[in-house]
Design a protein around this ligand. Structure first.
Ligand code: RIB
Length: 302
């Protein structure tokens, strides 16, 4: 089982001609509300990929529909609490090139305490995985105590911050980072080469495996001296929101199923490429049959 200690957001998505500039007032030409949050997106992706996932989350009581979406997809929502607090939400601008800018309000995602961490660790069985991102409170407690459970810990330090960079990340078994996050953690420029980024990450966290996602430039896996590279299928992106979450969910579901790392990377990059062809976050995550079809026939038939 994968226990995802993860955020749930209501995403307010605005289609804009360009990302709004400081001091500018800009009219959007489309607006939609949907399920999002890095945690919820990743749980949904695991479930759609056929994996077993329990989502540990907090959502405002009035927004139970968002939990229903997860449940219908096969996510175990026993530990997703409806609470008397506003749900987390995100204001997302998407421009004509599919690039985005995201403003977060953490809301109920910041109501987690050490008590929740204790319950999560108690629920873990040997061989389980715990997954977390940087959109919930109580992360210091999780990283400090995760080793008490006989589970492996995967962490996606997004959105990156000084506070998250100072967490005891060496306690993680697996880190998912994009270029910016890798550079921040490694303490080098974002323009550094992949070789420099991977080497610097290895020097800082020698016992932690890393997946470095590079969008259209593919993804790398590194564990000790072992490296694997997977190019990404070429696609015309409509909206890149949630692509990284789709990658993580599909990667972990295939890992859970016992696939070798190169296959996990291949499936995850294909799923992420499919997700950028559709707008939205959770709503853009492809179903498993679409991913299998794309792997078999190529993305033109997807
Ligand atoms: O990774 C995409 C997600 O980031 C969005 O769904 C938004 O809610 C923010 O958490």
């Amino acid at each position: 089982m994968l226990h995802n200690f993860g955020s749930i957001n209501l995403d307010h998505v605005y289609q804009v001609p360009h990302l709004v500039r400081p001091g500018e007032t800009l009219a959007s030409h489309d607006y939609q509300v949907g399920l999002g949050g890095k945690g919820a997106n990743q749980s949904l992706a695991v479930a759609l990929a056929g994996g077993e996932v329990s989502h540990w989350g907090r959502l405002g009581r009035q927004d139970a529909w968002a939990r229903d979406i997860l449940a219908r997809a096969g996510v175990n929502v026993t530990f997703t609490d409806l609470v008397d607090a506003p749900s987390g939400h995100a204001i997302i601008q998407v421009d004509e090139r599919g690039e985005n800018a995201i403003l977060l309000f953490p809301g109920a995602n910041h109501g987690f305490t050490a008590t929740h961490i204790e319950a999560l660790l108690d629920a873990c069985a040997p061989g389980d995985w715990i997954l977390a991102q940087n959109e919930c409170s109580a992360l210091p407690e999780l990283l400090a105590r995760a080793h008490q459970a006989e589970a492996s810990l995967a962490f996606n330090p997004a959105p990156m911050s000084d506070a998250v960079a100072e967490l005891p990340l060496a306690r993680c078994d697996l880190l998912f980072v994009n270029r910016g996050e890798a550079a921040w953690l490694a303490g080098i420029a974002e323009t550094a080469s992949v070789e420099q980024l991977l080497s610097a990450l290895h020097a800082r966290l020698p016992g932690t495996a890393t997946v470095l996602t590079l969008g259209s430039e593919g993804a790398w896996y590194q564990r000790g001296a072992t490296r694997h590279y997977q190019p990404a299928p070429a696609v015309e992106a409509v909206d890149t929101t949630g692509a990284g979450d789709t990658f993580i969910g599909y990667f972990l579901a295939r890992l859970q199923a016992g696939d070798a790392i190169p296959r996990c990377l291949e499936v995850a990059t294909t799923a992420a490429a499919l997700s950028v062809l559709r707008p939205g976050a959770a709503g853009s995550i492809p179903a498993r049959d679409a991913v299998e079809r794309a792997l078999r026939d190529g993305l033109t038939g997807a």
